[in-house]
Design a protein. Structure first.
Lengths: 134, 134, 134
């Protein structure tokens, strides 16, 4: 199994696209298989969404509706509302699998792989890619 | 890795069961392994839920609570409220993996594999199945 | 593909940690690969979250906000509000994949694997682990 571990600077961005990095890794493998994408973090997730036509901003904004950054959370570390970040990965999982055809990600036209990261206190994330040849 | 790509007519249905199709594909492979199910679409997801006792309707109805079809969305293409469809796959992922025992899906008694598709503008979906022999 | 099926007593707990069990199974395999974790149940899911600093309680409590246990549900079996349990797995999937490095789960420092189970009527769950060697 080929693996790659890389550091992604998410900074203040709540949605960070990593499609190109995943595609480059898949291309290096060259065959059919499954690409597993993983974040070893407890306050971030991965999603397959359209980017660039407003939906990435919609997702970031709507997460504040679904997981309000107020004082309801028992987890009290970090910035106010940070407890919400710890519930996020139950809804937006940090584990994602994508088929690969001859080294190409089999994504739909409008699908991008993004890191969803509402935790501005953590500005760098580790992305783990694993390729299982078919 | 054996793969199958098929077209599923979802039409107006928000929940479309594809368990039989997945089971037939797994049966053709015949051994132990993992079945990966994938939708190459940015406005649909996959879920494992009970069907036929109201829960599929509950899921479809409740998604309108979680992702209201109003004018809050920045994504402005398509029908009113269509921006909600683009946030859906972050919560209901289009990627799902199911164990296979000797060609049989290892689903629980009440688990069905369904396409969750709130986007009535897109009436046909591509379903991608991949089998990784164990 | 090595597999293990075990019974987990969840009882009244809404969040039940299974990291140690998953880690022990991965250690028995000893190499690199992917661990697939699966629940053959229609009213439970799996999540990767921090435990022990309030976030597990936050998740359990917040699921009642996202999926209220009232009379809105068409699914009418079981306890009042049980329809919510059947929508849960669409948001918190019962399927999860984790990379394994030389027999060790490649989890982040604060990530634990938990069963999310809001259905107190079902006090025992089957956990299925599958290891795909890389």
């Amino acid at each position: 199994m080929k693996q790659q571990r890389s550091e992604i600077v998410t900074g203040d961005r709540r949605i960070t696209e990593v499609t190109d990095r995943c595609a480059a890794f898949a291309a290096e493998q060259g065959g059919d298989g499954l690409l597993h994408v993983f974040l070893p973090h407890a306050t971030a997730g991965l999603a397959l969404v359209e980017t660039g036509a407003g939906s990435d901003d919609d997702l970031a904004a709507h997460l504040d509706e679904l997981l309000p950054r107020d004082d309801r959370w028992r987890h009290r570390h970090g910035s106010p509302g940070h407890g919400a970040d710890h519930v996020l990965p139950a809804l937006v999982s940090p584990s994602l699998t994508v088929p690969v055809d001859a080294g190409r990600l089999a994504l739909g036209t409008w699908q991008s792989i993004v890191i969803v990261d509402t935790n501005a206190d953590n500005r760098t994330r580790t992305l783990r890619l694993s390729f299982l040849a078919g």
